[in-house]
Design a protein around this ligand. Structure first.
Ligand code: NAD
Length: 367
């Protein structure tokens, strides 16, 4: 298969982890005889520094002409500490999602058994958790009208949803639930918010087309509690942009670390694959970031954008085997376990690549 992949490393540890994700894609191309052609483009703080624009036209043109995108993260402390700066890295990210029509963000939260001890939640509550989030990505308060009045002393962000925005992501969530445990939990705040009442109404209507899938509604505050109390009670979670942003970070604790969670943003055209974490200024440049979220994002790309299920499975199995052998980056290391071997970012990438080789040699994956 011949595919064009654009790498968008972005800022901070985005640069470090994306390098490893790309290396795994190169390995897969070699092992399965595909031709992946890579190019790279600027976004975020790196793009502002180079061009003054967090999403330069040249980047956007490349993204519109590519088959899939592997993205790192954007952000820099300079902006976090100064809300008055008008040009900001995250504007690049939001504009990219909107311009590419990436309205559905899929976040699989699956715990590798080897990491049961890395989470702050009790293993007996966690074991067997397997949740797929569908977070709406191009609506809600992130894209509603925002502004200040009363000489800057009052601020507002409009929470807004249109029927078609809810319908299209609901269809994706129900279709995915059909291939899993056939349950959708729709999360909203319909007891308080009008936009949530429309959300609930539309999701209930869409559900009628999927009579084999069970639908339940939860308020976001209750869902936040239940995610930690009984994570196994969830299958597919369908929610809006703001609630999804918060709940998926919370759910990262089910997987042990932010450094483990991959995501796919899809719409009607190109797919974008990225870790759920940010640019992590606190560990940038130290070479200790966990690259597994980026590597697992590459696996999602192989599966969703290219339909290469065997290749995707071999990446996931390579990650599993790496963890089984006790290899850990600092964020998923457990102080209690003696047999673990601490790796840096590049070493973890090396180990996964080595495991892909081993899988190919042992032919434990049917090609
Ligand atoms: P963050 O996700 O960058 O980091 C949160 C914590 O998790 C930090 O302690 C970090 O060290 C740790 N962490 C994250 N990824 C890790 C990895 N791969 N390996 C090991 N540890 C990891 O969130 P934050 O600190 O709130 O934000 C930092 C910057 O990232 C901000 O500028 C923010 O705006 C930006 N951000 C960008 C995105 C994105 O580009 N999609 C998402 C969230 C935050």
């Amino acid at each position: 298969m011949k595919k064009k992949i654009t790498i968008l490393p972005g800022d901070g540890i985005g640069q470090e982890v994306t390098r490893e994700g790309k290396r795994v894609l190169e390995k897969i191309a070699l092992a399965f005889e595909h031709q992946f052609e890579f190019d790279e483009a600027l976004i975020g703080h790196a793009a502002i520094e180079a061009t003054g624009n967090p999403l330069p036209d040249e980047t956007l043109a490349k993204l519109k002409a590519t088959d899939a995108i592997l993205f790192g993260a954007v952000g820099h402390p300079k902006y976090d500490n100064d809300p008055t700066l008008k040009v900001r890295p995250e504007q690049g990210l939001l504009k990219m999602r909107k311009e590419l029509g990436l309205y559905a963000n899929l976040r699989p939260i699956k715990l590798f058994d080897e990491l049961l001890d890395a989470s702050s939640i009790k293993p007996e509550i966690l074991k067997g958790s397997d949740i797929l989030f569908f977070r709406e990505l191009t609506g809600d308060v992130y894209f509603g009208e925002k502004g200040r009045r009363d000489e800057g002393q009052t601020a507002y962000d409009l929470m807004i949803y249109q029927r078609f925005e809810i319908e299209r992501i609901a269809h994706k969530a129900f279709a995915a639930a059909r291939t899993r445990k056939k349950k959708v939990t729709s999360v909203d705040k319909a007891n308080v918010l009008e936009s949530s009442r429309l959300w609930r109404q539309v999701v209930t209507e869409v559900a009628k087309g999927y009579p084999d899938v069970q639908l339940e509604h939860q308020f976001v505050d209750a869902a936040a509690m239940k995610l930690i109390q009984s994570p196994r009670s969830f299958d597919v979670v369908l929610t809006g942009n703001l609630f999804g942003d918060i709940l998926t970070d919370e759910a990262s604790q089910i997987a042990g670390s932010m450094g483990m969670l991959a995501s796919a943003s899809v719409g009607d055209t190109v797919g974008l694959y990225e870790p759920i974490h940010g640019s992590a200024h606190d560990i940038t440049g130290k070479g200790i970031a966990n690259p597994l979220a980026s590597i697992l994002s590459a696996a999602l790309m192989l599966d969703i954008s290219f339909g290469l299920k065997t290749e995707a499975q071999s990446v996931i199995r390579a990650v599993e085997q790496t963890l089984q052998q006790g290899f850990r980056t600092a964020d998923i290391a457990s102080a209690a376990t003696q047999h673990e071997k601490l790796l840096n970012t590049v070493q973890m990438g090396n180990q996964v690549v080595k495991e892909i080789d081993r899988i190919m040699t042992s032919k434990s994956i049917t090609v």
